[in-house]
Design a protein around this ligand. Structure first.
Ligand SMILES: *[C@@H]1O[C@H](CO)[C@@H](O)[C@H](O)[C@H]1NC(C)=O
Ligand SMILES: *[C@@H]1O[C@H](CO)[C@@H](O)[C@H](O)[C@H]1NC(C)=O
Ligand SMILES: *[C@@H]1O[C@H](CO)[C@@H](O)[C@H](O)[C@H]1NC(C)=O
Length: 290
């Protein structure tokens, strides 16, 4: 009997959750603010209220952060990285919660000397612990034009996309004791550029050439199709909204795209770093990754 009615009731609950919490398509100026750094960084006016430049000079780097906090969803930024000699610089786009036991999902772009490849560095922190790095060389020049960098975060998996191609998946195996970002902890979206020349380029061999400053990364069209977090009552709503969204599975196309990118462009995967773990790899390395 009640199966059908229950399904309708659930559909209404989910629709209500989606309507009240999933935000989409706000301009960047409305959804982000400059949070630190050089005064000359800023939202480009009047050409587009949807653009921002981030500068790194000898005084400071700079960064923006979302005004809202989110629990699950998809966030996307179009980024044009520092052209020419960008050795020692790191530009980032990431999700992060607050505090020592914080969770974080990262895209970091490690600069290089002119003509040498940037590294697309991905990482994940759970309860404050990092160490799950996977790196790729881009299959295009990321400073020549804007490219889409997307993080999809649901209770079941996290997927990193470049130009809509999935490059990495981190699945939820909490029920087997494998860490996953807390399912009730919201995150903000951040983007920044800073001096990381002690490690970023060839392990610190190529330092920042300050005569080339300021280093400029351009961002545009930040979009969050994500569930806005407004306190503990949002946990249930956001979890329901994430369950109702169909984008968490990769599908066969996504899987074969990802396999091809890993074959062509993967540089480093912590799950293959035998020297580091001496065979004692983290638990997720033994599980299906997507
Ligand atoms: C980035 O995404 C936008 C919107 O989905 C799309 O129009 C554009 O072609 C994408 N750019 C690239 C380089 O894939
Ligand atoms: C920079 O270029 C060197 C030489 O091609 C390469 O080994 C390195 O992976 C590149 N990227 C970074 C961030 O060091
Ligand atoms: C730094 O850049 C300047 C200006 O292009 C150049 O003359 C100099 O050789 C560079 N220094 C290094 C260490 O590459």
């Amino acid at each position: 009997m009640a199966g059908f009615e229950f399904a309708i009731a659930m559909a209404i609950v989910i629709a209500a959750a989606l309507n009240s919490n999933v935000i989409e398509g706000k301009s960047m100026l409305k959804s982000m603010h400059l949070s630190w750094g050089t005064q000359r960084s800023g939202f480009l006016q009047p050409a587009g209220r949807d653009d921002v430049t981030l500068l790194l000079d000898p005084v400071s780097g700079s960064g923006i952060q979302s005004k809202d906090q989110f629990l699950f969803g998809t966030v996307e930024m179009q980024i044009k990285l520092v052209p020419g000699d960008s050795a020692g610089t790191v530009t980032s786009f990431y999700l992060s919660s607050l505090g020592a036991k914080h969770n974080e999902v990262d895209f970091e772009f490690l600069g290089n000397v002119t003509g040498q490849p940037t590294i697309i560095h991905t990482n994940i922190y759970t309860q404050g612990a990092a160490g799950r790095e996977v790196q790729f060389y881009p299959w295009f020049d990321p400073s020549e034009d804007y490219h889409n960098y997307t993080i999809h975060w649901s209770p079941s998996r996290i997927v990193w996309f470049v130009d809509n191609i999935p490059i990495r998946v981190y699945r939820n195996y909490l029920h087997e004791g494998i860490p996953y970002p807390d399912l009730d902890q919201p995150m903000r979206v951040y983007s920044s550029i800073w001096n990381a020349d002690s490690w970023a380029t060839r392990g610190g061999l190529d330092r920042i050439n300050w005569s080339k400053a300021p280093f400029v990364a351009k961002l545009r069209k930040f979009r969050a199709r994500a569930c806005k977090f407004e306190g503990s009552t949002s946990v249930g709503q956001c979890t329901a909204a994430a369950a109702a969204s169909a984008t968490s599975e990769l599908g066969l196309d996504g899987q074969s795209q990802m396999e091809l990118i890993r074959y062509k462009s993967l540089i480093y995967d912590y799950c293959e770093d035998y020297d580091r773990y001496k065979g004692l790899f983290p638990g997720e390395c033994f599980k299906p990754q997507y």
